[in-house]
Design a protein. Structure first.
Length: 220
């Protein structure tokens, strides 16, 4: 079901949707931001746009993460997200993951670089997060056909990116979300705020479908 169709349904069933994810606890972490020490100025990759301006990875991720957080909360989920005033999801990645350990899923929000044309959702090999990765990727490709395809990428502790998620305990699910390549000119239209907002809601639907399928398995 596409994004527009889902919006029509949500307008007609507000009471049902408001409690759709009432049992879910999610942590939405815009990584790169709020680090300390030598990483204090980190904002991720800097992407140059055709009009001569630029945007940092963390700035774009902040927009889609905010939309994702709002979407989940509007459906009843409890969401932990970056809040320096409360010391929530700030500092070293390992410390953030320990703080998020009680939550059902941990979403490390990034963008990709190196000119590809796909959504990359990474997870630790051997964990149940593979199903969450597949669900998020499926929704991204459905709502954003220009992205092309989705890849679910298993990581080992030796892989560089594993530090972003490897401290989340099982059976909770942790993924690195890299929905598109910011240095691919064909993807530059996705930096527009409405597109990033829609992207966050699309990721939310992927999370919701994963959680609902998991609930059916638990009942069965």
């Amino acid at each position: 079901m596409g994004w527009a169709a889902r919006q029509n349904i949500s307008n007609g069933l507000p009471r049902i949707l408001a409690t759709r994810l009432s049992t879910l606890r999610a942590a939405v972490d815009v990584q790169h931001l709020y680090r300390t020490g030598k990483h204090a100025a980190d904002r991720g990759t800097r992407f140059e746009l055709p009009n001569g301006t630029h945007i940092f990875e963390a700035d774009a991720a902040t927009i889609y993460a905010a939309a994702l957080t709002a979407w989940l909360r509007s459906r009843g989920a409890s969401v932990l997200t970056n809040d320096p005033t409360k010391r929530e999801l700030v500092g070293p990645y390992e410390a953030r993951q320990f703080q998020a350990a009680p939550f059902n899923c941990y979403l490390a929000c990034h963008l990709n670089a190196d000119g590809g044309s796909y959504a990359s959702i990474e997870y630790m090999a051997g964990t149940a997060a593979d199903k969450l990765a597949l669900s998020i990727g499926r929704e991204i490709v459905r709502d954003f056909p220009t992205i092309g395809r989705a890849r679910s990428v298993p990581l080992t502790p030796r892989d560089r990116g594993s530090v972003c998620i490897r401290f989340i305990p099982t059976p909770n699910a942790a993924v690195i979300i890299e929905p598109f390549f910011g240095d691919n000119p064909a993807m530059h239209e996705l930096f527009a705020a409405p597109q990033l907002h829609q992207l966050g809601e699309t990721i939310g639907e992927g999370i919701a479908q994963w959680w609902e399928r998991r609930a059916v398995v638990r009942v069965a």
